[in-house]
Design a protein around this ligand. Structure first.
Ligand SMILES: Nc1nc2c(ncn2[C@@H]2O[C@H](COP(=O)(O)OP(=O)(O)O)[C@@H](O)[C@H]2O)c(=O)[nH]1
Ligand SMILES: [Mg+2]
Length: 179
């Protein structure tokens, strides 16, 4: 059995837990806890360990999906998760420009540790105040769009949308089409 390990990272509220719950065929281990710090005013729970999901592609291939915790005091978990991963998704909430700097920091953190395939998934594109894809790429530090990793719109609540994001990522890992 071939196992693909995918990490899902991004700021608090980007949609990581929802992304994994939407696509996983097993019940996602619930590591949500009541929020206690600066996030508490707008988000009641947050992920303290990591989310884990599983998706069987066929009789030979399975995807394990690991979500990183969002709050910075759990940063050590990122190291553990990213060093195991074959590829990762960076989720960015398109309507929350104040988080773009944090997303950029996550990218730098990842780039320092691993050189693996990745995609940027823009969530909340349906929300008021969502930025355009090109402007977000620029805000994330990609001045030349030719050097930019694949950027796709993802609604973490919609199974087809999450599946499309995973396919885009898996296509970079698997030479033959997975769909
Ligand atoms: N409107 C909208 N809501 C989304 C989208 N993606 C995720 N969400 C919602 O964003 C909220 C935060 O998601 P969550 O998975 O808890 O984020 P996490 O902190 O990254 O784990 C949830 O209520 C999701 O349903 C999207 O594309 N559009
Ligand atoms: Mg979460």
């Amino acid at each position: 059995m071939e196992i693909f390990k995918i990490a899902v990272t991004g700021n608090v509220g980007a949609g990581k837990t929802t992304f994994i719950r939407t696509i996983s065929e097993i019940e996602v281990v619930d590591t949500e806890r009541r929020t206690t710090d600066e996030t508490a005013s707008w988000k009641k729970t947050t992920t303290v360990a990591f989310d884990f999901g599983r998706l069987t592609l066929n009789s030979d291939q399975v995807v394990y999906i690991y979500g990183t915790p969002g709050q910075s005091r759990f940063d050590f978990m990122w190291d553990i998760i990213i060093n195991q991963a074959n590829a990762y998704v960076l989720l960015v909430a398109a309507h929350r420009p104040q988080d773009f700097r944090g997303a950029r920091r996550i990218l730098a953190f990842m780039n320092q540790r691993v050189q693996i395939p990745m995609v940027i998934g823009l969530t909340h594109m349906d929300c008021e105040g969502a930025w355009e894809e090109d402007d977000i790429a620029l805000a994330l530090g990609f001045k030349n769009l030719d050097n930019c990793p694949p950027i796709i719109n993802v609604n973490a609540d919609v199974p087809n949308s999450v599946a499309q994001c995973l396919i885009t990522l898996l296509e970079q890992l698997i030479p033959v089409p997975v769909a």
